[in-house]
Design a protein around this ligand. Structure first.
Ligand SMILES: CCCCCCCCCCCCCC(=O)CC(=O)SCCNC(=O)CCNC(=O)[C@H](O)C(C)(C)COP(=O)(O)OP(=O)(O)OC[C@H]1O[C@@H](n2cnc3c(N)ncnc32)[C@H](O)[C@@H]1OP(=O)(O)O
Ligand SMILES: NC(=O)C1=CN([C@@H]2O[C@H](COP(=O)(O)OP(=O)(O)OC[C@H]3O[C@@H](n4cnc5c(N)ncnc54)[C@H](O)[C@@H]3O)[C@@H](O)[C@H]2O)C=CC1
Length: 259
């Protein structure tokens, strides 16, 4: 999709911006003119993303159209409230585009999965998106601004996957959360959509045993894993007015896997 300055007036908050899909989303939204607030649990990784965007802003003040890094754990309510406060103080407005990419895996078969591995994945992948979506929506509604919220789920949230009861439940929950937010926030001019990537080449998938990787690659109709940029293309579309009448959707970016 040709790159345009579709987002030149947007302020985009991206969580999980320090790696993989979140970094690719940050790069793409900046390329289309957005100012980017790049947030990650790993603050240094978020800073590196901002360096890649050519940003130099400090938390205290972001020169017009600049990009700034923030550190926050999205699973912590106080951290998310502080994040939205810092972003609005830095840019003097709420983010009109919010992309929740922060996510983790703690894979194991159901028979052996620990309660801690269940709790942590649900806390980051599902509660984290609840907290960020809620805080961003509150800021937008109270300021009377329209917006586009894009939550990264997974095709696994639709079809399940061996070794991922926690992850699959979290990603299925993201779809339902986003559909409900879309129903409630449409009247405020805030669109909410989910993106369901398939197997994308990032540090997250590098942990997958090779034999599983080989199996799944053979199952993909397009014959290869996706790149983070393939997801960023769709996120940029959902962030822009080119998707102005789309809300509550779940967009699969899978190369046809599990269609
Ligand atoms: C018929 C093949 C179907 C393959 C489907 C795979 C779908 C994956 C698509 C993912 C797309 C989206 C991904 C995403 O959102 C981001 C991620 O979540 S990336 C991480 C994805 N995680 C996995 O797929 C789990 C991979 N498995 C593991 O990490 C380990 O197996 C696990 C920790 C669960 C258990 O380890 P261990 O006890 O050491 O057992 P083994 O590794 O030896 O496995 C035993 C046996 O089971 C087979 N197997 C394991 N996982 C899967 C799986 N997901 N799908 C199919 N088969 C799996 C493994 O190959 C072994 O088979 P053998 O025949 O006994 O060798
Ligand atoms: N890679 C893939 O195949 C797929 C990934 N996804 C989802 O896409 C999103 C991004 O995944 P990847 O880029 O592949 O992973 P990644 O591991 O490369 O990046 C995830 C980022 O999230 C950050 N993060 C983790 N916990 C956090 C927390 N509590 N607070 C703030 N930041 C936190 C990490 O520091 C990291 O920078 C995740 O939600 C993942 O579940 C969905 C489908 C497929």
């Amino acid at each position: 999709m040709a790159s345009q300055l579709r987002l030149r007036s947007a302020l985009a908050l991206v969580t999980g911006a320090g790696s993989g899909i979140g970094r690719a989303v940050s790069v793409r939204l900046a390329k289309e003119g957005a100012a980017v607030a790049a947030c990650d649990l790993d603050g240094a990784a978020a800073q590196e993303t901002v360096r890649l965007l050519g940003g130099r802003g400090s938390k205290e003040r972001a020169p017009q159209g600049n990009h700034v890094a923030f550190q926050a754990d999205v699973s912590e309510a106080r951290a998310v409230r502080r994040l939205l406060e810092q972003v609005q103080a830095c840019f003097s407005r709420p983010p009109s585009v919010v992309v929740s990419c922060a996510g983790i895996t703690r894979d194991d078969f159901l028979l052996h999965m620990s309660e801690d591995d269940w709790d942590r994945v649900i806390a980051v992948n599902l509660k984290g998106i609840f907290l960020v979506t809620q805080a961003a929506a509150q800021a937008l509604v109270s300021s009377g601004c329209h917006g586009s919220i894009i939550n990264i789920s997974s095709i696994i949230g639709k079809v399940g996957n061996m070794g991922q009861t926690n992850y699959a439940a979290s990603k299925a929950g993201v779809i339902g959360l986003t559909q409900t937010a879309a129903r409630e926030l449409g009247r405020h001019g805030i669109r909410c959509n989910s993106v369901l990537p398939g197997f994308i080449s990032t540090p997250m998938t590098q942990k997958v045993p090779q034999k599983v990787l080989d199996k799944v690659t053979r199952m993909i109709p397009m014959g290869h894993l996706g790149d983070p940029e393939d997801v960023a293309d769709v996120v940029a579309f959902l962030a822009s007015e080119d998707s102005g009448y789309i809300t509550g959707a779940s967009v699969e970016v899978t190369g046809g896997l599990f269609m």
